[in-house]
Ligand binder design. Structure first.
Ligand SMILES: C[S@@+](CC[C@H](N)C(=O)[O-])C[C@H]1O[C@@H](n2cnc3c(N)ncnc32)[C@H](O)[C@@H]1O
Length: 357
């Protein structure tokens, strides 16, 4: 799958990566908005107490808001080590009611006791404002630091993906994970460039992509947006994470437990929507002559049909919230069954992220 480039300049890579590792970012300077917090609180009702799992701790916006209610406990996870700073602050304030794990949410069942019986499990997907704004991380188009794009606990960085991945595979990633019609043209351009010298930062990558797009001045967004989304998803195996995370959360929840997901792009929302639909009463009856009965293989007794979106006030204050969609489902009392239909439906994403397509 990977091929060796003519140079494979490891020295350049490690010098820049080391610089990144030693850099300290000023987190305080970045304003942080927990997306759709009020809507989430009204869905999970922490005023009644109970245990809540915050699978994407970030700046701790949701965890902190929940812990303000007495008789609540929060178990939080995040794969990004930088979030530990906020977690430690909460730990000092709520030592008995808060715990944090630097872990990917696909491993939820490895860090949480299966009898925890949470009232809700919450996912707020994607990048935090800290990750996006930190030029050292390489998520932004103008970053001149190492081409990283790692959220944390990764195997490869964007540097390896861009410089060593097979051209055809790269084209498929850009096309499928970025929903970018020009995937092949962009992959060809990247390949032409990297044969001369390695692509070492996001600024360079954005410039190369721009050169592959026709009439790029007419674009409302940066012409590299979709490709950056694709590379970031691939580097962090985000869709595989989401699929495994939803499954782990449903296994942990018992009757009445709520699964809440805030997503930021159509691939994520498609996965969440399908999962809820396939394992709830919303699943289409095999025949219209068959009466609607509760499906024994269902997992949810209630699912909202249309996603909740942020209100105008929120989108004006926090532009990042514009693309947010919130969906939630309430677990029924059926025993957990492994959702094979769901995993099969999205097998192409898991295989693509695993380098098998
Ligand atoms: C949008 S932010 C969450 C913000 C948070 N709700 C708040 O109010 O501060 C998403 C966070 O999820 C983390 N994350 C993304 N994918 C993850 C995964 N698979 N496992 C664990 N954490 C993940 C990111 O590192 C990031 O910190």
């Amino acid at each position: 799958m990977k091929y060796q480039l003519f140079y494979e300049d490891k020295k350049i890579k490690w010098e820049i990566k080391e610089k990144f590792m030693n850099a300290t970012m000023s987190l305080e300077k970045i304003k942080h908005y927990p997306v759709m917090l009020n809507q989430i609180l009204s869905i999970i009702s922490p005023q009644h107490g109970g245990t809540f799992i915050d699978c994407t701790f970030g700046g701790g916006g949701y965890s902190q808001a929940i812990l303000k209610f007495p008789n609540t406990n929060v178990v939080a996870l995040d794969r990004d080590k930088i979030t530990k700073k906020y977690a430690n602050e909460l730990k000092q304030k709520f030592s008995k009611r808060f715990s944090f794990f630097e872990e990917k949410f696909s491993n939820l069942d490895k860090v949480v006791n299966e009898r925890l019986n949470p009232r809700a499990v919450i996912f707020d997907l994607g990048l935090s404002s800290f990750q996006l704004s930190d030029k050292e991380r390489g998520f932004s188009f103008d970053s001149k630091n190492f081409l990283n794009m790692e959220m944390g606990i990764n195997e490869d960085s964007a540097y390896e993906v861009i410089n060593t991945l097979d051209k055809e595979h790269l084209a498929t990633i850009i096309k499928v994970l970025g929903e970018e019609k020009d995937g092949k043209i962009i992959a060809n351009k990247i390949d032409k460039y990297r044969r001369k010298k390695p692509i070492i930062n996001s600024h360079q990558l954005a410039f190369i992509i721009k050169g592959a797009k026709k009439n790029y001045n007419n674009y409302k967004r940066n012409p590299a947006t979709k490709t950056f989304q694709a590379i970031r998803i691939f580097v962090n195996k985000e869709l595989t994470e989401l699929i495994s995370g939803l499954i782990a959360a449903s296994k942990l929840l018992s009757d009445g437990g709520i699964l809440v997901v805030v997503s930021f792009h159509s691939l994520e929302d498609k996965i969440v929507k399908n999962f809820f639909k396939l394992y709830s009463i919303l699943k289409r009856n095999p025949s219209r002559y068959v009466p609607v009965t509760e499906n024994k293989s269902s997992l949810f007794k209630f699912v909202i049909k249309k996603p909740i979106k942020p209100d105008k006030g929120e989108t004006e204050e926090n532009i990042r919230s514009r693309s947010a969609k919130l969906r939630y489902a309430v677990r029924n009392n059926n025993s957990f069954i492994y959702p094979t239909e769901f995993t099969n439906k999205f097998l192409n994403y898991s295989q693509l992220e695993a380098g098998q397509i």
